[in-house]
Design a protein around this ligand. Structure first.
Ligand code: MN
Length: 135
């Protein structure tokens, strides 16, 4: 997966470090954002191949950030995978409703994480861009 760029939007430093370590080990190039606002800016500047979006963020949350990215012409085709907390019932359904292409429950499974991320890359072209998302 050399050359594949993953943008991780995650405000928790420990979660970020774990995700970065796992994905760098698997050969991905990583961009990091610790807020939704920075995530949107970096996504527009750098056009990553995929975005991992924490749902719970300070200020704008990950679902609002997803809705925004999915209506911007320069980012709408980038697959977005929500990072959802087990404890937050309904997060998965809300993530899909917001336009996420899928979700990964937290805490992440260290053995499966990179493979799961890769699976969203290989199927992403089969997912039509949503035209029904409103901000
Ligand atoms: Mn968070």
């Amino acid at each position: 997966m050399s050359g594949t760029v993953v943008l991780i939007v995650e405000d928790n430093a420990i979660n970020m470090e774990l995700a970065v370590d796992l994905l760098q080990t698997a050969g991905f190039e990583i961009l990091q954002a610790f807020s939704a606002e920075d995530g949107i800016r970096i996504a527009r500047e750098s056009r990553p191949d995929i975005i991992l979006m924490d749902v719970s963020l300070p200020g704008m949350d990950g679902l609002q950030a997803t809705r925004t990215l999915k209506v911007l012409d320069d980012t709408r085709t980038i697959p977005i995978v929500a990072l959802t907390a087990h404890a937050m019932k309904g997060d998965e359904a809300r993530a899909l409703a917001a336009g996420c292409n899928g979700y990964i429950p937290k805490p992440v499974n260290s053995r499966e994480f990179a493979r799961t991320v890769r699976s969203f890359l290989t199927t992403a072209t089969e997912v039509p861009p949503s035209g029904s998302v409103s901000v």
